[in-house]
Each structure stands twice: as structure tokens, then as C-alpha cells.
Design a protein around this ligand. Structure first.
Ligand SMILES: Nc1ncnc2c1ncn2[C@@H]1O[C@H](COP(=O)(O)OP(=O)(O)O)[C@@H](O)[C@H]1O
Ligand SMILES: [Mg+2]
Length: 418
């Protein structure tokens, strides 16, 4: 019987499937969110790169609040990416808030729901807004328009301030009913740069309210890209962009939490590895980037390869550790992987370099003799470029697996593809 192709789901996980010890974040955050002494408005930023577990942490905080503080928190989930095509993030944000309050089991917020409905209707039908925006309302435009409006009509209060006031009043009503509004904002990293800044502006303008706590998942580089696009015309250098991004978030976020690097070994122990990989778990641990999504990608790519190989007697005997090394290379260092496709001998040469058996500076004839290449120059150049270029390569080329499989290497590479 052939082994089934085991594919690991990439969906965010909840408390029951925690394999990274996230309780260490969940507990303190939940106690801050529900703490009597926590002053609001309060914004928590969960920072981490793509695939590090931000969405999962948000989900766990949500589960924990739903389990232990169901009555004391109203949890609103806003996914800006879903609404990215809408002219402004503000309306969907208000809609989401309204929908959540409508679903309250005890129907405590009927009045607030009605009020919000009114606000939404006014905003939607605001002729001034639509006229000025030409169908594309951004926060800047709302500001601009309300400025014109105020100037034209001599109004002291801007529309925005009015809206804020209304929203504040509604958040207070929710609080009087014994609950705090907790607004989760996730998947910012899937939005376009300009959309991200629009959303952050909306949050700053309209959710910075008493009795409201915002929990946001943020990949900092994505915000920086947003800043770079927003300030494109100023031509800032990359370092300046990062600095502006920092300042921007500093102003908004009272509690930044950066996810710590994961324990790769423990995470691999938590996953179900294909049987033949169990013996190579340590190798995998040394090679793979400490990122849960990356790890799952490597394992899934491996499972697919294995299923293909099972159906082909020629491929069946290929070594799992060699397949793993090549897969990790393909995912983590595509350029080096391409160089190996062009010159498979390069893999054995890198092993020799890492093993101290060959210097990239060695005489040309040694390359020609050892690897059967016609010209030593491209090999030497590739060695100089890639040898010790990244730490994990020491594990990939730290043995003689590629030399042992020299004859078969083109077959592996054909199977893995580019
Ligand atoms: N605490 C955890 N325990 C087990 N798996 C996790 C954990 N956190 C994240 N993962 C897994 O890692 C991958 C990326 O997680 P996700 O929460 O989507 O990250 P992000 O939102 O930072 O991109 C998913 O496959 C998810 O199932
Ligand atoms: Mg996510």
C-alpha cells in the first residue's frame, strides 16, 4: 500500500493545536485586554514576519476571550484584505462593528446598532464626499473634503470629529453594558501598500477611543512599503523609510509585541513527519529557516515529491536526505539552486569546500580533474559567491551526500524541477 500524500494545512491554528508555546503570549495579553486598570484607548501590535504565527496568536487570544470573558468583551474581527476593493476602509470597518454588535446573544446593543446604521447611511450617501472623491474616497480626501466643508459653511467641527464623537458615545454605551470592544485587525500584510496606510489612518482617527482595544497583526516591512509608497515623491532612502514606519507605529501602538524566534526542533516534534524523514529531523532542523510557514512548505513539497516518486520505480530509490537538501535550497536560496541545475557538480564542490577539502582558490586543473568540468572559471566564481554566503548552507553541504549521489543528481533535479 502506498503512503498517502500528507499535506499540512497552512491555516492559522487555535489554542488546541498550539505547537509553539504561544500560551506565553496569550495569558499576559488577555490579562491586559481584560484588566480593570488598563487604560483605553489601547492598541496592541503583534509584530512578526510573514508566516511567523501572528494570525494564529490573534485567533488564540480571541478563543481565550470567548471562553473566559465572553460577556465582558465584544470581539470584532476586521479583515481589511477582504474589503480592499472598497473606496475606503472606514465604511466596512463600521459595518463589521455593527454586524458584530447585532449578533450579541443578549441583544444588549440594539440602540448602538441603530446609531451605527445611521452613521453608515449618512456616510454612504454623503453627496459631498462622493462628489469630491470621484468614487475613490481615501482618508486624506475625507479630511480634505471635511476641511472644505468646514471652510465653506464656517462649521467649527469637522465631520471627522462628529463621527468620532458618535463612535465614542457608542463605545461608552457598550462599556456601560459591562463590555469592552476588542477589535482584531489581521491580514494587513496581504493588502497593497497604499491600502495599509489608509487602514492605519482610519484606525488612528476613528478607533482611538475610550473603552476600545485594538489588536493588530503587523509585518513591519509591509508597513515600511506602505510608507515608501505614501512618501514616494519625497524620495527618502530606505533607512529613512524604516524610521518613518517606526515613528508611525510608535504613535499608534502602546504595546508592541514581537514574536520570538521559534524552537525549530520542538516545532518539528509537534508536526507529523513522513516516516523516512524521522531519521533526518535533525538535519532538517539545522537547515530550515525558523519560520513555521516555511517549515510546512518544505515538508509539503517533500510529501508531493515522495508521492510522485512512489509511482516510479526509477525514482523510488532516491535518498530522502538528498531530496530534503535540494528542496530547502530551492525554497531558501533559489539562485544557488538554479546554479546547481546548470552545474550539478557545484553541489559536490560546495561539500568539498565546507569540508575543507578544496579551496575556491585552488588551481584550475584540480577542478577539471575532480569534477570533470571543461572550464574551472564558472565553478570557482560560483563557489566564491555561495560558499559561506548563508549560515544554513553549512548544514546543506556539511557531508558527502551529493558526492555519493553524483551520478543520480540530474535525476533528482529533474524530479524537483525549477
Ligand atoms: N502556535 C502555533 N502552533 C502550531 N502551528 C502554528 C502556530 N502558529 C502558527 N502556526 C502555523 O504556522 C503557519 C503560519 O501561521 P500564521 O498564524 O498564518 O502566520 P502569520 O499570520 O504570521 O503569517 C501556519 O501554517 C500555522 O498553522
Ligand atoms: Mg497572517
Amino acid at each position: 500500500m502506498e503512503n498517502p500524500c500528507l499535506v499540512l494545512s497552512d491555516a492559522p491554528v487555535g489554542l488546541k493545536s498550539d505547537g509553539l508555546g504561544f500560551q506565553r503570549y496569550v495569558r499576559p495579553l488577555v490579562s491586559i485586554i481584560t484588566g480593570e486598570t488598563t487604560e483605553t484607548p489601547f492598541t496592541i501590535g503583534v509584530f512578526g514576519p510573514w508566516g511567523s504565527g501572528k494570525s494564529s496568536l490573534l485567533r488564540m487570544i480571541d478563543e481565550s476571550l470567548a471562553g473566559d470573558y465572553a460577556d465582558r468583551t465584544v470581539r470584532v474581527h476586521f479583515n481589511p484584505w477582504v474589503h480592499r476593493k472598497e473606496p475606503t476602509m472606514l465604511l466596512p470597518l463600521l459595518h463589521t462593528l455593527q454586524d458584530t454588535l447585532k449578533e450579541d446573544g443578549k441583544q444588549r446593543f440594539r440602540e448602538v446598532v441603530g446609531r451605527l446604521g445611521h452613521v453608515i447611511a449618512t456616510l454612504t450617501s454623503d453627496v459631498l464626499l462622493r462628489k469630491a472623491s470621484g468614487g475613490n474616497v481615501s482618508i486624506e480626501k475625507i479630511k480634505e473634503v471635511s476641511k472644505q466643508y468646514a471652510e465653506q459653511r464656517g462649521m467649527v467641527e469637522s465631520e471627522i470629529r462628529n463621527l468620532r464623537k458618535t463612535l465614542q458615545a457608542q463605545a461608552d454605551v457598550v462599556a456601560e453594558n459591562g463590555s469592552r470592544l476588542v477589535i482584531f485587525i489581521d491580514d494587513l500584510d496581504r493588502c497593497e501598500p497604499h491600502e495599509i496606510i489608509d487602514l492605519l489612518e482610519s484606525v488612528k482617527l476613528f478607533l482611538d477611543l475610550r473603552n476600545v482595544i485594538v489588536v493588530m497583526a503587523i509585518a513591519k516591512n509591509v508597513v515600511d512599503r506602505g510608507v515608501a509608497v505614501k512618501y514616494r515623491d519625497f524620495g527618502f532612502e530606505a533607512a529613512k523609510v524604516v524610521e518613518i514606519g517606526d515613528e508611525y507605529l510608535d504613535k499608534m501602538i502602546q504595546l508592541p509585541l514581537t514574536l520570538m524566534p521559534i524552537d525549530t526542533g520542538a516545532f518539528l516534534g509537534h508536526l507529523t513527519l513522513p516516516q523516512e524523514l524521522e531519521a533526518h529531523a535533525h538535519l532538517l532542523e539545522e537547515m530550515v529557516a525558523p519560520n513555521p510557514r516555511r517549515i510546512k512548505r518544505v515538508l509539503n513539497a517533500y510529501s508531493v515529491m515522495r508521492t510522485i516518486a512512489q509511482a516510479d520505480p526509477e525514482l523510488h530509490r532516491l535518498r530522502p536526505d538528498v531530496v530534503l537538501r535540494l528542496l530547502v535550497l530551492r525554497i531558501q536560496s533559489p539562485e544557488l539552486y538554479e546554479a546547481v541545475i546548470v552545474r550539478p557538480e557545484l553541489a559536490a564542490a560546495l561539500e568539498d569546500a565546507y569540508g575543507g577539502r578544496l579551496s575556491p582558490e585552488a588551481a584550475d586543473h584540480r577542478f577539471v580533474e575532480r569534477y570533470g568540468t571543461t572550464s574551472a572559471t564558472p565553478m570557482k566564481e560560483a563557489l566564491k559567491r555561495f560558499h559561506r554566503s548563508q549560515e544554513y548552507l553549512g548544514a546543506v553541504f556539511g557531508g558527502t551526500a551529493f558526492a555519493e549521489e553524483k551520478e543520480q543528481l540530474p535525476r533528482y533535479l529533474t524530479m524537483l524541477g525549477s
